[in-house]
Design a protein around this ligand. Structure first.
Ligand SMILES: Nc1nc2c(ncn2[C@@H]2O[C@H](COP(=O)(O)OP(=O)(O)OP(=O)(O)O)[C@@H](O)[C@H]2O)c(=O)[nH]1
Ligand SMILES: *[C@@H]1O[C@H](CO)[C@@H](O)[C@H](O)[C@H]1NC(C)=O
Ligand SMILES: *[C@@H]1O[C@H](CO)[C@@H](O)[C@H](O)[C@H]1NC(C)=O
Ligand SMILES: [Mg+2]
Length: 459
């Protein structure tokens, strides 16, 4: 027991001898570095996310139910699918609709609102109308919702976009893509065609739902008081939106919105993010903020670039119609970043919900199999929960799934694209779900890159 004190004394002596060998400027530098290091840790600690006493967001379903019984047990919600598409995407649009009908809507018959910035082709209307079991509505987006903000000179926007194309910004050179991002960020919820609805589920041409959905997720969202639902979370392409985070944070400060745990989940800090610790201490942080470095707020806080992949989205339209969200959109729109940069609707929605909503309002549809190239999540088949012989599910590949049920899986009759549950590392998912998660990925698993859902499905 005398060993420890002796060891400590030896270490102190050694350190003293080492320190004596350095000149004064080196000693000062050492002290400053040490202070910076501790400030960085303190900064992380101040933005740490408290653990709720219980999980605030579990899956809505963990196995198959009889979908006919589920559909008969309650009335439909005031909800619709929304699909933006071009006339040229008729095949991909039909594929998505046939898929969602087979996996879900044949039992629930929700309407589908098709949106296009151009008049619909009669072929598209005829074929897609025939594919939907509910009502199909075909709308043309009014020009003012699919264009530059009124104050912007289109010529200067076009110059910026040409520059983005040169720099290789993803879709940065495509004017229509910028209009699409602005439309989904700010104006889709004002369309008269969507006015009757409270809930929407966004679909894209060419996506796949790879499991049966045997309950009404709109009703589940309403019952659980949820506002925004997602499947996949990942990192945004950094060069599409260098000043987006600063602009959102300016709005936060202007309206004195507090830094909630949900907001803090979007921050990059010394122990929970990608920036090295020496970019975190106050003087460096503040300087990077003042210099307007990409993804930094003026205070120097940095966004971790995480966002929900909005090609799948199920949400309460009243959130977007709220005064707070519309003001946020106007604030962003006035900065011009939908054209002078290529702000996507995905990071805009994600930063907005993390700014404006408490943790329990977000829902991860971990029981949905979803695939939009090149990413997917798939929950795998719940052991003993596949309802073999169920008549309503006869068409939902029961036979192919015999023997593919796997431990810990919660899906219903899934056909995953490969043996994995997801093909993007769950770092953003883990980070963004943290405020609602009582059970968390431990630091050891995080360090090894082992996140939930990266597990292989056996067999
Ligand atoms: N009508 C119309 N729809 C468009 C236009 N540009 C994009 N869209 C739609 O907007 C959505 C996203 O565009 P995509 O071309 O799929 O973009 P992506 O490369 O898949 O990128 P993400 O889906 O955002 O990851 C799809 O539903 C498209 O059909 C357009 O100019 N006109
Ligand atoms: C879609 O088909 C239904 C049933 O055949 C028909 O009543 C309806 O008018 C069609 N809608 C459109 C927009 O063509
Ligand atoms: C939803 O909110 C209502 C009213 O605020 C509350 O009474 C109810 O317990 C909540 N339900 C859930 C599942 O949190
Ligand atoms: Mg797409």
């Amino acid at each position: 027991m005398k060993l420890l004190p002796a060891l400590a004394v030896a270490i102190v002596r050694r350190t003293r001898r080492l320190v004596r060998r350095f000149s004064v400027p080196f000693k000062i530098a050492g002290v400053v570095l040490l202070l910076c290091f501790f400030e960085a840790l303190l900064h992380t600690h101040r933005h740490s996310i408290p653990r709720p006493p219980q999980d605030l967001d579990g899956p809505f379903a963990t196995q198959c139910q009889d979908p006919r019984i589920a559909a008969a047990s309650q009335p439909r919600e005031n909800a619709a699918f929304v699909m933006l598409a071009r006339n040229s995407e008729i095949n991909e649009a039909r594929q998505t609709i046939q898929n969602i009908e087979a996996q879900f809507n044949q039992w629930f018959n929700y309407p589908v609102v098709f949106l296009n910035n151009e008049p619909w082709d009669p072929d598209f209307i005829r074929e897609l109308n025939a594919s939907v079991s509910g009502k199909a509505i075909f709308e043309t987006i009014p020009e003012e919702s699919w264009s530059y903000p009124p104050w912007m000179h289109p010529e200067s926007a076009r110059q910026s976009m040409a520059q983005q194309a040169k720099l290789g910004v993803w879709n940065g050179g495509k004017e229509s893509y910028h209009h699409m991002c602005r439309f989904y960020s700010g104006t889709f919820y004002t369309l008269p065609a969507l006015a009757p609805f409270k809930w929407y589920w966004r679909l894209e041409p060419g996506v796949h739902f790879t499991c049966a959905i045997t309950y009404d997720p709109f009703a589940a969202m309403a019952r659980h008081n949820k506002t925004y639902g997602f499947t996949i979370a990942l990192w945004e392409e950094p060069n599409t939106c260098p000043s987006l985070f600063r602009t959102v944070d300016d709005f936060r400060r202007k309206h004195h919105l507090p830094k909630t745990p949900t907001w803090n989940a979007m921050l990059d800090t010394a122990t929970a993010g990608t920036s090295p610790w020496y970019l975190q201490p106050f003087p460096v942080r503040k300087l990077l903020g003042l210099l307007g470095r990409p993804h930094h707020a003026r205070s120097g806080e940095r966004w971790n670039l995480c966002h929900y992949w909005s090609n799948f989205e199920m949400a309460d339209l009243d959130f977007f119609r709220s005064d707070a969200y519309q003001r946020l959109f106007d604030h962003l729109d006035r900065q011009g970043g939908f054209y002078h940069e290529r702000w996507g609707d995905a990071p805009v929605h994600s930063l907005a919900v993390h700014l404006l909503l408490p943790p329990g309002k977000l829902h991860h549809f971990s029981d949905f199999g979803y695939h939009h190239e090149p990413f997917f999540q798939c929950p795998g088949n719940a052991p003993g929960g596949q309802l073999p012989g169920n008549e309503a599910l006869a068409g939902n590949h029961e036979n192919e799934n015999e023997g593919t049920e796997s431990e810990g899986a919660i899906g219903c009759r899934c056909r995953c694209v490969d043996q994995r549950r997801r093909n993007n590392r769950g770092i953003c998912l883990d980070r963004m779900q943290r405020p609602a998660a009582s059970h968390r990925t431990g630091w050891w698993d995080r360090w090894r890159g082992k996140y939930p859902y990266t597990i292989n499905i056996p067999g």
